[in-house]
Design a protein around this ligand. Structure first.
Ligand SMILES: [Zn+2]
Length: 490
């Protein structure tokens, strides 16, 4: 590192508030969020009025909610002044920032569709282009690619929040984080994580190879104590490495599963193999990646409430659903300067959970584990909803199974489900057990009783015969005339 880089790092470290929180503090993330509230409370008379106190004292949950509504009003005023898209949209809806006083009031504000962002990204830009530090285009099929803009403050804030989250997971200056995402262009999660570790004084190693032995070697060489990566890839490493290596001897402190849903079946296998907590992390590229992380209570993911306002709505009506009731997550970036998004539809199915949490967090909300995407959900038989996580829970506990895909086809009036299962076990045993697990699913049983699906077909392929492809579609729907939700979105 050059001297100028070191000086820059020192300045950044001093500016970031996560550096003031002791490492290994289990409540680091909550303290970090509360510190933001405290700082704004000092600065803003409007916030003091909203919270209705002159002296803040102990922060309670309703204070955090008032803080979010206050920041929502500020952000709404900002986008109405600076974003062409939002000015037009909110003027047409006849809604103003001052109309938003309660949580219910949020429903007066129209939702933002990802397709709008994809179509006209510059109408979302709220700062002059010279203030944009990073502009990037998300991956995704043509037509759904989105261009996003981040200022220097945005990037630093994201790094700061990641550093606070890593401390919450138990990382200290003595730990090394192994970052195991496949190399991607544009907005690289590895780059943000790497920077977060550097400013927090922790060690990190970016290891993007898909080769299992190389990943294990990197753990040995670097004394890795925390891993983060794509859920399916971390699972793959676990299943393929555990017969060759004594994974418990690595002394792993935590494994963080990112970017894809984590099934309980996967979690169980990984915990028993490594002997450490296996946590889900959730973020959206449009929100700057880091919005929430699970604690070892395994009852939902703690949100960064200081920077995001998260609602859960019925995808059909757009109305709020209750605590722990399933629905679609809707995000507002409360702090973002570049291209802030308000009430942005995620198309991800989950729920919101009010504190307190068993881990001790009192003021910070949670989301439930994400079940999958609305557009990954489909129906079989007589309308039984199926989604990848359903099959994960059935198939992955079968010994020897590494991964699988499902092909949906139509034969006459019946659906045919063909499972291609990658395994390293005994063929006959794996096939019999996978079939048994599938036939035990209510969704499959009911469709079979109604004679609307054929007996599921299981095709086996040996482990390692397919190359690992990140975010490959688990359910492939080839039925004719099938009205897939993603087609409606276009
Ligand atoms: Zn917790």
């Amino acid at each position: 590192m050059s001297i100028s880089q070191r000086v820059k790092l020192a300045i950044v470290r001093r500016r970031l508030s996560s550096s003031k929180i002791a490492s290994g503090s289990e409540s680091a993330l909550e303290i970090w969020e509360q510190n933001k509230l405290r700082a704004d409370f000092k600065r803003s008379a409007e916030l003091r009025k909203a919270i209705d106190r002159d002296d803040l004292g102990t922060i309670e949950r309703p204070d955090m909610r008032e803080y979010q509504l206050y920041k929502f009003r500020m952000q709404m005023a900002n986008v109405m002044e600076n974003s062409y898209y939002y000015r037009k949209k909110y003027e047409a809806a006849g809604v103003k920032p001052e109309d938003i006083r309660t949580w219910d009031d949020l429903q007066k504000v129209p939702l933002t569709e990802p397709a709008d962002l994809a179509a006209e990204p510059f109408t979302f830009l709220c700062v002059s282009q010279s203030k944009v530090m990073r502009a990037f285009t998300t991956s995704g099929t043509t037509g759904t690619r989105k261009r996003l803009f981040y200022t220097q403050n945005d990037v630093l804030n994201i790094i700061d929040s990641i550093a606070a989250a890593l401390k919450t997971v138990g990382m200290t200056e003595k730990d090394t984080l192994q970052i195991m995402f496949p190399a991607v262009a544009a907005w690289d999660p590895g780059l943000m994580l790497d920077s977060a570790c550097k400013v927090a004084g922790m060690r990190s190693v970016v290891s993007s190879t898909v080769d299992i032995d190389e990943q294990v070697q990197a753990m040995k060489d670097n004394g890795t104590s925390v891993m983060i990566g794509l859920t399916s890839f971390l699972y793959r490493v676990t299943v393929l490495a555990r017969d060759k290596y004594d994974l418990r001897s690595f002394g792993m402190k935590a494994i963080i599963c990112s970017a894809e849903p984590l099934s309980e079946a996967m979690r169980k296998e990984m915990i028993s193999s490594w002997g450490c907590p296996v946590l889900a992390q959730y973020g959206m590229t449009e929100m700057g990646l880091a919005t929430s992380i699970e604690c070892d209570e395994y009852d939902g993911l703690h949100l960064n409430d200081a920077d995001f306002l998260v609602e859960c709505v019925d995808p059909e009506t757009g109305k709020h659903v209750g605590d722990r009731e399933p629905g679609e997550l809707v995000f507002t970036s409360l702090s973002m300067e570049g291209s802030p998004l308000l009430r942005y539809r995620s198309y991800d199915l989950s729920c919101t959970i009010e504190p307190p949490c068993g881990c001790g967090f009192r003021t910070v909300g949670k989301i439930g584990k994400v079940q999958g995407r609305l557009d990954a959900q489909t129906k079989i038989g007589y309308g039984q909803k199926i989604f990848p996580l359903l099959f994960d829970e059935a198939i992955l506990p079968v010994p020897g199974v590494v991964s699988y895909t499902v092909l949906l086809e139509r034969e006459g009036f019946r659906d045919r489900l063909t499972f291609t299962v990658e395994h390293d076990g005994n063929e006959d045993e794996v096939r019999a057990k996978v079939l048994e697990a599938l036939n035990a699913l209510d969704e499959v049983q009911s469709a079979r009783e109604n004679d609307l699906i054929l007996e599921p077909v299981v095709t086996l392929i040996p482990a390692g015969s397919v190359e690992f492809a990140p975010k490959s579609k688990t359910i492939i729907d080839r039925r004719p005339n099938y009205d897939a939700p993603e087609k409606r979105r276009a």
